[in-house]
Design a protein around this ligand. Structure first.
Ligand code: NAD
Length: 723
């Protein structure tokens, strides 16, 4: 017998075991949408009505994954005005799961694939969870990464299963996604099997062997592992929870972890039904707020748009690079060689001497050895990856390469020289890419004979950790080359954004405004610790002066001087920035050039930061009039947002998802904003509200804050920024 409700199939076998197969007919993955909601209501009604004929229930899915979670399209529509409707919907979903776990018959989740968020929450409402040990599927409650919390019982049930501390640390606060073996170890999966057939058979066996299954929390006297605040030992440790969270977030405003903590701790002090209500309240507050909307937009919709090829020219066949010539085995070249080899591409790593090239290869060895020693990689796999890297000092060895990535010193004539040397040797249609961070791509392309095949591939340091690659389209770059570059970036498991050629492209140009703004505050007499604190509280991953030290003070000076010369050559006026005098004085008067030279805004001992340089307070004394702290935070966010809009106006940027993701992944724009353009749209009052505030900042701090006119002109804005 097989019948359809709209998303749940019902099959019953001769033993009376009902197999419920989740299978939303209108989507490739199951989500907690309206159809699920209705189907689950009908299914639970029927289970209760036919209880006497039922031995137990097995829930599985017909999709590749088990269940994808909450419906993010629905979730991002929630507003404060319809928060009550949302709360009621949540209450109903939870009531269904409660009825399922109190059916009086064993219910088993047969996890045929990934179960994240809402998917895992359905499984947690089952008495037993079995998953396929495929090494790939993921289990977890990643809601926090979207500014939300698992509100279909995820907080409440994991707290009861694992205890408050483990639930928070192992699942909820970081949204870890666990592979099958880790999920079993953590305790959210009970058993692993080898394949789908075994999965269902084993689930049914469990049903038959456990006719009286009940949830532990429905047994009288159930105690939460590790205790609750009513236990003196637990209570004594309680203040450490918010303190640690604050430390981790460095004071930045992320309401989701805060609400998760509250829901877990408060919920642990009441029975499960009341805990579920508390959880719903905390989720409703998050869902109705702006930050979850920002994060859903960036980390789900924008990322999906990019990964689906939003900025990849259409109609170009997929490119599979086989052999890459990496020119320069320094910091960047070594990292690029590693990520290419790790992702299956043969690497010819060239430097001026064999020793330098081998040193570049040793960098990969270091990373791989560490992974082996931590049990994350087998020794065979390490050897396999290393065997793909061939160091050389001879251009003739680069024959057969179908991709070139150049990472020699930042010098136009050197770059021209190395391309002239390798172009005749590599494949005649090899993609030619430069990792320059500042030099215009069109000018670099003048050094090759096949200019349409030349493109910028701007990696970020450290290459093995940073997820972004900025692809730069030069004046002559063909669609085919751009599409190939896009495929290369996906192949090495990075996120590509595409920008048009200009000085500093998008990322270097915009991060420059952030750094300058921080330094300008010092010129105005804001104490350095306040500047650092303001950037941390705004949500930047590294405080602004600390970051400047890491990037060196000499690099922005060099870029500034080159830009200034280019402006003067073009007859354009050059407006100097208040940060310049500070940087010049630090470098020229005090010989403080940044971290690599052992002294910058901070002091260093053995390469380690020891504290802000006391001389800052002496040579750049604080003024008695304190500027509002909100101004300090917003100046950094605003100046980057305004510069990004200018990048759109000048045609450097053409894609809002690329701008948002590029800003978060590449230059540390705070994740809670949803990225640099989403920050403008999510600001109180929308783009108009942003423009009003920018005008205030311009009046107080300088015309660089004058909002671009496009922000307050809806039709121009729609054309430029799509909304
Ligand atoms: P680096 O100084 O660490 O490495 C440069 C390497 O190029 C050296 O090993 C050098 O021996 C080698 N080299 C010089 N001439 C060569 C030649 N003729 N043939 C082969 N190799 C040669 O520099 P880096 O930090 O790796 O930067 C390299 C490029 O990447 C620059 O264009 C830089 O702007 C860009 N970049 C750097 C960063 C960063 O954070 N450092 C980030 C993005 C892009």
């Amino acid at each position: 017998m097989s019948e359809h409700t709209s998303t749940i199939r019902w099959d019953v076998d001769e033993d009376g075991i009902v197999l419920l197969t989740l299978d939303d007919p209108e989507q490739s993955a199951n989500t907690m949408n309206e159809r699920y909601h209705r189907s689950m209501a009908e299914t639970v009604d029927r289970l209760e009505a036919e209880r006497e004929q039922i031995t137990g229930v097995v829930i599985t899915s017909a999709k590749k994954t088990f269940f994808a979670g909450g419906d993010l399209n629905d979730l991002r529509q929630v507003t404060p005005a319809d928060a009550q409707r949302f709360f009621t919907g949540l209450t109903e979903i939870k009531a269904q799961l409660r009825r399922l776990e109190k059916l009086g018959r064993p219910v088993v989740a047969a996890l045929n694939g990934t179960a994240l968020g809402g998917g895992l929450e359905i499984a947690l409402a089952c008495h037993h969870r079995i998953a396929i040990d495929d090494g790939r599927s993921k289990f977890g409650l990643p809601e926090v990464t979207l500014g939300l919390l698992p509100g279909a019982g995820g907080v409440t049930r994991t707290v009861r299963m694992l205890g408050v501390a483990d639930a928070l640390l192992k699942l909820l606060l970081q949204g870890q996604q666990l592979r099958p073996a880790q999920a079993k170890e953590t305790g959210i999966v009970d058993e692993l099997v080898s394949d789908r057939e075994e999965l269902i058979a084993r689930a049914k066996e469990w049903v038959k062997a456990n006719p009286d299954a009940v949830q532990p929390w429905d047994v009288k006297g159930h105690k939460i592992p590790g205790g609750t605040p009513s236990n003196p030992r637990f209570a004594a440790n309680l203040p450490a929870f918010p303190a640690n969270l604050r430390k981790q977030l460095k004071g930045a405003h992320y309401p989701a972890p805060h609400n998760i903590l509250c829901a877990a701790v408060e919920g642990s002090q009441v029975d499960i039904d009341n805990a579920l209500v508390i959880e719903s309240r905390y989720l409703t507050e998050l869902a109705a707020g702006q930050i979850s909307k920002n994060m859903i937009k960036a980390f789900f919709f924008d990322l999906q748009h990019i990964n689906n090829g939003g900025s990849r020219p259409a109609g170009v066949a997929k490119y599979e690079p086989r052999k890459v010539a990496v020119l320069g085995a320094g910091m960047m070249g070594a990292g690029i060689a590693y990520v290419c080899a790790r992702n299956g591409i043969e690497v010819l790593l060239k430097d001026v001497s064999l020793a330098a090239a081998e040193k570049g290869k040793a960098y990969s060895e270091g990373i791989l050895d560490k992974a082996v020693s931590r049990g994350k990689l087998t020794a065979e796999k390490r050897d396999e990856v290393l065997a793909r890297i061939t160091p050389t000092d001879n251009a003739a060895d680069l024959a057969g390469a179908d991709l070139v990535i150049e990472a020699v010193f930042e010098d136009v004539s050197l770059k021209h020289k190395v391309f002239a040397e390798v172009e005749p040797v590599v494949e005649p249609d090899a993609l030619l890419a430069s990792n320059t961070s500042t030099l215009p791509i069109t000018g670099l392309a003048e050094g090759v004979s096949r200019r349409p095949d030349f493109v910028g591939l701007h990696f970020f340091s450290p290459v093995d950790k940073m997820p972004l690659v900025e692809i730069i389209r030069g004046e002559h770059t063909s669609d085919e080359a751009l599409a190939k570059a896009f495929d290369v970036v996906l192949k090495i498991k990075k996120t590509p954004i595409v920008v048009n050629d200009s000085r500093g492209f998008f990322t270097s140009r915009v991060i420059g405004t952030f750094l300058n703004e921080g330094v300008a505050m010092l010129a105005e007499g804001v104490p350095a610790p306040s500047i650092e604190q303001a950037s941390a509280q705004a949500g930047y991953p590294a405080p602004v002066l600390q970051l400047m030290d890491e990037l060196t003070l000499t690099l922005p000076r060099k870029i500034r001087n080159e830009t200034k010369a280019a402006f003067e050559a073009a007859g354009q006026p050059w407006a100097s920035h208040p940060a310049e005098q500070i940087i010049d004085r630090l470098v020229e008067e005090f010989d403080r050039k940044g971290k690599s030279s052992g002294a910058g805004f901070y002091d260093y001992a053995d390469g380690k930061r020891t504290g802000l340089w006391p001389g800052l307070a002496e040579h750049f004394p604080a003024t008695p009039n304190e500027l509002p702290f909100t101004d300090l935070k917003e100046r950094m966010l605003f100046i980057e947002a305004i510069e990004t809009v200018r990048c759109f106006e000048e045609g450097v940027l053409t894609s809002v998802p690329d701008a948002n993701i590029g800003s978060i992944f590449g230059i540390g724009f705070p994740a809670w904003t949803g990225g640099v353009i989403q920050y403008i749209f999510g600001y109180e009052g929308g783009p108009e509200g942003f423009a009003t505030r920018a005008t205030q900042l311009a009046e107080k701090y300088g015309t660089r804050f004058t909002p671009p006119a496009v922000l307050t002109d809806p039709s121009a804005r729609e054309k430029l920024l799509g909304a």
